[in-house]
Design a binder for this molecule. Structure first.
Ligand code: GLU
Length: 421
């Protein structure tokens, strides 16, 4: 990814500005990241050699609370990508009214190339390298692409060793045995499901069994496919980096989940037909659900999209250029900072539980997640209707106005009138 990614992200912010009440101070403060850290992580490999990996932790803004956001392990990780992801987290946490700012971390590595022991040494080395800039009151990492609760467990354990004491609230998405919370692993897909269900009567009210094509069969994509199928949707296509599988009658999602668990990939799946990855994006479906990486739907392929609605489960899967093409073609879009906010929302519950020394039940997590997702989805829809805006712009307006109120409350510019100064 290049610097264009951040520029592209800032376009959405700027598009929302004319519609939002935002002070000059807040606008200035939101125009660049608060802090950027790049580290080198030397890792002893199993063959005895030493390999060094580049790692990052970026804090975009922390006015509303400690920075919050995941850690990504991917070969394409760069400073610009992590900064952009931290930018999106800033708006996501404000949109959900969580007491957090936005941050993100990442390591440029292909985790599939590492043995489990090498992955553990890399995870611990990364936390040791960024330990000075994270903490329960400062910046609270979590899982993202290719990091999971096992990785969070190693990292929390390493942080406790460095600080010579337990600080479980430093990281969320931990295993339950180490202070994690029930429902965190399914939180992103559960949250997306609540958003989809809330807007469905408005966007897809004429179909009883809507069809969906899902790009990305990782944690969020695969679980959402299952939830939609259980709710009577026809999941007609799914894909991962190995293959795209299609069946117009609806795929047996359970069989695909089992196949992926057994073999690590969708290729040679026991159900459906293989199609080209690009063809999945062009299917005539009610919902297209990009759940993999940023930029999947871009200026080059957006014209092929024939879905009625795009639900962004990944962060940033539709570029600003693609937004315009989809809009002209009448394709509706529900944005990432709302659709995938269930993950960070349940991270908030985990952070609260860790700080109070409490345990939350699965029922409590599910109830409060649903309530929060439905409330904020309705708020975004209300902004869209009142100000006649697309849902992405409405989501940014809603988040920007919360950010602006918090920023103004910390500053002096709004306290005194010109005459008093
Ligand atoms: N990585 C997730 C996201 O992009 C979750 C972040 C968190 O829980 O802090 O929203």
């Amino acid at each position: 990814m290049t610097d264009d990614l951040l520029e592209d992200a800032i376009v959405r912010f700027e598009e929302a500005l004319p519609h939002a009440a935002l002070s000059e101070d807040a606008r200035e403060r939101l125009s660049r990241p608060a802090s950027s850290l790049k580290v080198s992580i030397p890792v002893r490999m199993d063959d005895g050699s030493l390999e060094t990996f580049a790692g990052y932790r970026m804090r975009y803004d922390d006015t509303r609370g400690p920075a919050k956001g995941g850690i990504r392990f991917h070969p394409g990780v760069t400073a610009a990508e992590v900064t952009t992801l931290a930018f999106w987290m800033t708006f996501k946490t404000a949109l959900m009214d969580l007491p957090f700012g936005g941050g993100k971390g990442g390591v440029a590595v292909d985790p599939k190339r590492l043995s489990p022991a090498e992955l553990e040494r890399l995870s611990r080395g990364y936390i040791a390298a960024i330990a000075d800039v994270i903490g329960p009151d400062v910046d609270v990492p979590a899982p993202d692409v290719a990091t999971n609760e096992l990785v969070m467990g190693w990292m929390a354990h390493e942080f406790a060793k460095i600080h010579r004491g337990h600080q479980p609230a430093v990281l969320t998405g931990k295993p339950q045995a180490l202070g994690g919370i029930p429902g965190r692993a399914s939180a992103t897909s559960d949250g997306a499901f609540h958003v989809i269900r809330t807007v469905q009567p408005r966007m897809l009210d004429d179909v009883e069994h809507p069809s969906a094509a899902i790009q990305g069969f990782g944690n969020a994509g695969a679980q959402l496919a299952g939830r939609l199928a259980d709710a009577g949707w026809r999941v007609v296509a799914v894909s991962d980096s190995s293959a795209a599988i299609h069946d117009p009658a609806g795929l047996d999602v359970g069989a695909l989940v089992d196949h992926k668990a057994d073999t690590g990939a969708l290729t040679d799946a026991p159900v459906g037909e293989e199609i080209a990855a690009e063809d999945l994006l062009a299917l005539e479906v009610d919902a297209l659900i990009p759940s993999a990486l940023e930029g999947a739907i871009n200026g080059d392929n957006a014209e092929s999209v024939r879905a009625r609605v795009v639900f962004e489960v990944a962060n940033g899967p539709v570029t600003a250029a693609a937004d315009r093409i989809l809009d002209e073609a009448g394709v509706q879009l529900v944005p990432d900072i709302l659709v995938n906010a269930g993950g960070v929302t349940v991270s908030w519950f985990e952070w609260i539980a860790n700080r109070t020394g409490d345990r939350w039940s699965a029922e409590e997590v599910a109830r409060r997640l649903e309530e929060r997702m439905v409330t904020e989805t309705a708020a975004v829809v209300a902004v869209a209707d009142e100000r006649d805006l697309p849902l992405r712009t409405a989501a940014y307006v809603h988040a920007i106005e919360r950010l602006s109120r918090s920023m103004d409350a910390t500053g002096t510019s709004t306290l005194f009138s010109d005459a008093e100064r």
